[in-house]
Design a protein around this ligand. Structure first.
Ligand code: AMP
Ligand code: MN
Ligand code: MN
Ligand code: MN
Length: 311
């Protein structure tokens, strides 16, 4: 580990000493006080970790997690900012997993950022990401879309490159009217910029998160193209691997989804999480501090979190 890196982890540890890794469960505090899924410029969000924490605090969020895709790079800055603001902070990550030929996302909450098992697992995923980004660029080039790799790389500011960066570049170049359209035309299975690949195994992702002292949560479970039987198979395998939570309330779930997912959580004995999946102010339909309460009967993922902030 480089000295610079070790210095940043020490700063993070000292910030976490002040804010505590997992804030407390106070049953009087409404569940909408918690937002346990969001992105920064460390992955495919458009706000820096500092700006994200400032916006969460201003929006009235009490406990905020940063869960960037496959990286822990933003946690140091976010923890510092949260500590300065008196905002509860949960260090997290969203791990990309391949399950039955599709991609699913597993959020880790309360992870120790210095943990070697987690870091090594994520490093492997980022190596695949780097190769995949170049391959997406090559495939788009063949399809007549020029300079996409360089464009996406420039938008990523030297951090990891996701399909979101390609999508933003392609929209800016006029290849599609909006983000939805660009994914549909270029970046999903069967389209020119789609690169099949292998992310983490489900059980490995859960194990990395647990090794780092975190709780594993299935992100936005209602969003996968899985029927009820398949989704329940995913949840069953996840629980058997040591996964603890299901994101019942998500910025990408409908009201109907909240109740369906609450039912699945109950059936499998999983804790319920809530997160906006905020990526920045450009997605105007998702805002921080607007999550609804967990449906009645859900056991919140933060139930056993230790005491932390005066609230
Ligand atoms: P990646 O992990 O690089 O494959 O990128 C996945 C990210 O792309 C997700 O986390 C979303 O932020 C974004 N994404 C995926 N599908 C869509 C879509 N249809 N519209 C907008 N953003 C999307
Ligand atoms: Mn994303
Ligand atoms: Mn996701
Ligand atoms: Mn996400």
């Amino acid at each position: 580990m480089s000295l610079a890196h070790r210095g940043s982890l020490e700063r993070l540890d000292s910030a976490l000493g002040r804010v505590c890794r997992r804030p407390c469960y106070n049953p009087k505090v409404m569940s909408s006080h918690y937002d346990l899924h969001a992105h920064s410029t460390a992955s495919d969000g458009t706000l820096s970790p500092k700006q994200l924490m400032q916006r969460a605090h201003a929006a009235g969020v009490g406990v905020m997690a940063l869960t960037d895709h496959d990286t822990l790079d933003g946690l140091d800055e976010a923890a510092q900012t949260a500590a300065d603001l008196g905002l509860g902070f949960v260090p997290g990550v969203e791990v990309s997993v391949t399950w039955q030929h599709g991609t699913v996302h597993i959020v880790g909450l309360g992870v120790a950022p210095e943990n070697a098992t987690l870091r090594e697992g994520l490093t492997g995923l980022c190596e695949f990401r780097d190769w995949r980004a170049q391959e997406i660029g090559r495939r788009l080039e063949k399809a007549g879309v020029h300079g996409a790799f360089e464009g996406a790389q420039a938008l990523s500011n030297g951090r990891l490159i996701s399909r979101t960066h390609f999508a933003r570049y392609l929209v800016a170049q006029g290849h599609a009217p909006d983000m939805r359209g660009v994914f549909r035309r270029y970046l999903v299975q069967g389209k020119p910029g789609h690169v099949p690949g292998q992310w983490a195994e489900l059980a490995d992702a859960v194990q990395w998160i647990r090794a780092a002292g975190g709780q594993a949560v299935i992100a936005h479970p209602a969003r996968y193209p899985l029927n009820r039987v398949k989704l329940r198979r995913l949840i069953d395998e996840f629980a058997a691997a040591g996964g603890e939570g299901l994101e019942v309330v998500s910025g990408s779930h409908s009201r109907d989804d909240y109740f369906k997912m609450a039912r699945h959580a109950k059936d499998f004995g999983l804790l319920a999480s809530a997160g906006s999946d905020y990526h920045g102010p450009e997605q105007a339909w998702i805002e921080l501090g607007r999550l609804p309460e967990l449906p009645a009967g859900c056991v919140p993922i933060w139930r056993d979190w230790p005491q932390h902030l005066p609230m």
